[in-house]
Design a protein around this ligand. Structure first.
Ligand code: NAI
Ligand code: 15L
Length: 269
């Protein structure tokens, strides 16, 4: 497909949205911003909820692609997750289909496969084809998003790259994150690759930097043209000194989702 220029960024006021607002324009994108809350310093951003189907139709009209980050990003009640992440993502796909948008890059999460055991030293990396094993209602909603994307490719020929993001923050803050961390700069590299690669149909990739302690297979992301430049290892010594190594017998250390398996952080609203 021709390189997209105008991209709707949903979730533009959030943590990742704010990082991408800073980084993606350098790749030549003209970002249209959308969030349920106002985007600071951006008077032209669209302030609307994913429940507002009219606002979504207008928001996607004329864009080349969507980078869909909006939604509840932690665990919550099933009802709240249902409305924001499941119904909301369906509303976005319907609006994009009706307006002929060719591609969506969809923020999935490691928590779609959060109950998958993390590989021990020397064991094979977790492939993208591993079965869904959500650790939360939140992770379940990300499984739905991936399946929705597959349906819209099979039925409507709308392309999606679903990125199972690890932990995209300025720095890793836990020992677990040493394996899952995606630097913001690598995040922008991966989203750019996902927006521009040819022939993606519906492709699922893991989203992280090229971490020394990687748990999962980055080759599907690399096949899109993603060339990660960062590695969490420079943060390892300090985090391990503070928190200790991950222990094989600790259930909170045993799976990709880490502590989310037993006590996920809760959405504040
Ligand atoms: P965040 O919570 O900081 O931002 C989410 C944004 O979505 C917020 O600005 C919020 O106002 C907006 N939003 C929530 N519900 C909405 C609705 N119904 N309608 C319109 N806007 C709504 O989350 P963050 O960290 O920026 O994550 C962005 C996306 O990436 C989320 O979908 C999250 O699940 C996913 N993700 C993020 C990871 C990370 O490391 N930051 C890891 C894995 C997935
Ligand atoms: C996610 O899916 C969350 O949205 C993000 O806030 C992080 O907690 C991340 O996973 C993680 O697992 O570290």
């Amino acid at each position: 497909m021709p390189a997209p220029r105008t991209v709707l960024l949903t979730g533009a006021a959030g943590g990742l949205g704010t990082l991408m607002r800073g980084l993606l324009p350098a790749y030549g994108y003209d970002l249209r911003l959308f969030d349920a809350v106002p985007v600071e310093g951006e008077p032209y951003a669209i302030t609307a909820d994913l429940a507002d189907t009219d606002a979504l139709r207008e928001a996607v009209r004329g864009v080349d692609a969507v980078l869909h980050l909006a939604g509840i990003s932690l665990e919550s009640t099933f009802e709240k997750i249902l409305n924001a992440n499941i119904v909301g993502t369906h509303n976005l796909y319907e609006a994009a289909r009706a307006e002929g948008v060719a591609r969506i890059v969809n923020a999935s999460s490691n928590h779609a496969v959060g109950r998958t055991p993390r590989p021990a030293d020397g064991e094979p990396l977790v492939p993208v084809a591993t079965p869904h094993r959500p650790d939360t209602f939140y992770g379940l909603s990300k499984c739905f998003g991936e399946d929705l994307a597959q349906l819209y490719w099979d039925k409507h020929r709308m392309q999606t790259v679903s990125v199972r993001i690890g932990s995209c923050f300025e720095e890793p803050t836990t020992v677990r994150m040493l394996s899952l961390w995606m630097s913001p700069a690598d995040g922008a590299r991966l989203f750019h690759a996902a927006l521009t690669a040819e022939g993606v149909g519906h492709t699922v990739v893991y989203g992280s930097s090229a971490n020394t302690r990687l748990w999962w297979d980055l080759s599907p992301a690399r096949a899109l043209g993603y060339a990660p430049q960062d590695d969490s290892e420079p943060f390892a010594a300090k985090l391990i000194a503070e928190q200790g190594e991950l222990e094989p017998d600790n259930p909170d250390h045993a799976a990709i989702g880490g502590q989310w398996v037993s006590s996920p952080p809760l959405w504040p609203r």
